[in-house]
Design a protein around this ligand. Structure first.
Ligand code: APR
Ligand code: ZN
Ligand code: ZN
Length: 359
């Protein structure tokens, strides 16, 4: 039996309870969780914005130590420090073969199959296939990437979603070139990682936008050149910072139609908006047919920062070791499994960057 934060239905509080976690089967790995970040997608699964069956153990941004491996697992062994990947590519589908592993059609399969039982014998699902809000979890082998010995294992959890997504949006999806001007709308763990990614890419202007003053200050300390509150004249103020044109690249890191529309309005003619946030299926964004022609802008979605975990995790680990990406500065609170409801409450109010759950 291990402790896990179990969610029994939409909008409920999580219940910390014992679950029966089986030994890893063939092709699976059991991991003792070192830490797990609280991501806005967990909140979206909890409040019904994203579809989720119950009961479930949420948490998809985690790191830990391998406890045991099942038959056929050779790339990690007991005792290894690892990062968990919530969308592990299968390596065999059309998208994987087409060098688009982030679009793998099988990447989310693990989350649809029960992985453990509650004390009363009820099946429980692993949220996004990872279930990191727990002392231990069992995941597919492809969902585990070896980390170097000696790295800060708890902080490395943030590489599991926010940092990979935010930096990947800048480096992989948008491929921001040195000298470009960038706006990042929404400065949670994902947006602040996009700010850091833009700085590493050599962006000349990085405008960070968030209603929360503490977040704006954090963004400035991470490389943003300007920080603005969302307001009706936001686009005008961004144009004033970019020769009257607007930015080359905008990154929407909130996940709402209104902020997608606002981000799009910050770009120059021919500019590109990358939608990193994950919104609800009924939240509609509107564009006029004429403005699409007039501005010749690009709007693109972004899944997991277009990442290839096997290629990108070692690259990120190097950036962290060299001090170019600061994980510690993203962590604004550390809590136990019993603090998760409080972390969601703070997130709803936009308070704090990343909360780390240390089970
Ligand atoms: N303009 C700009 N920022 C806003 C606005 C707005 N109108 N409204 C809210 N925000 C800010 C909040 O203040 C908060 O700082 O957006 C930020 C969102 O951060 P988090 O809730 O911490 O979310 P995060 O985990 O970073 O995820 C962001 O990416 O992966 C997706 O599902 C995730 O859609 C979510 C997005
Ligand atoms: Zn996430
Ligand atoms: Zn695949």
């Amino acid at each position: 039996m291990v402790l896990a934060a179990v969610l029994h239905g939409v909008g409920q509080q999580v219940r910390v309870e014992e679950i029966e976690l089986p030994a890893p089967g063939p092709g699976q790995v059991r991991v003792r969780i070192a830490a797990s970040g609280v991501c806005h997608s967990d909140l979206s699964l909890l409040d019904g914005t994203l579809d989720q069956a119950f009961p479930v153990v949420l948490g998809h941004e985690g790191s830990g130590t391998v406890v045991a491996v099942g038959d056929g697992v050779t790339h990690v062994s007991a005792g290894d420090p690892v990062l968990l990947i919530w969308a592990p590519p299968c390596g065999a589908c059309w998208f994987c073969a087409n060098a688009e592993p982030h679009l793998c059609v099988k990447a989310m399969d693990a989350g649809r199959v029960p992985y453990a039982k509650l004390a009363d014998g009820t099946d429980v699902l692993p949220g996004l296939g990872t279930a990191t809000f727990a002392e231990e979890t069992v995941v597919p082998a492809a969902g585990v990437v070896r980390l170097p010995d000696g790295a800060d294992l708890a902080e490395a959890a943030l590489l599991g979603c926010a940092v990979t997504t935010g930096t990947g949006a800048v480096w992989n999806t948008a491929q921001v070139p040195a000298g470009a001007s960038v706006a990042v709308v929404g400065l949670g763990g994902v947006g602040l990682s996009a700010v850091q990614g833009a700085r590493v890419a050599g962006a000349s202007v990085i405008v960070a936008v968030d209603p929360d003053e503490d977040k704006r200050k954090l963004a400035l300390s991470m490389g943003a050149t300007d920080a603005l509150e969302p307001a009706p004249d936001l686009a005008k103020r961004v144009r004033a910072l970019t020769g009257g044109r607007g930015v080359d690249h905008a990154f929407e890191c909130v996940g709402r139609a209104a902020t997608i529309r606002a981000s799009w309005g910050l770009t120059r003619r021919g500019g590109m908006t990358t939608v990193v946030g994950v919104g609800g299926k009924d939240d509609k964004v509107e564009f006029s047919a004429l403005e699409l022609f007039h501005f010749a802008r690009t709007l693109t979605g972004c899944v997991y920062g277009s990442t290839d975990p096997v290629r990108d995790v070692p690259r990120l680990v190097e950036h962290v070791a060299a001090g170019r990406i600061d994980l510690g500065a993203l962590v604004t609170a550390r809590i136990g499994l019993d603090g998760i409801d409080g972390a969601f409450a703070a997130m709803r109010e936009g308070r704090g960057a990343r909360t780390l759950v240390v089970p």
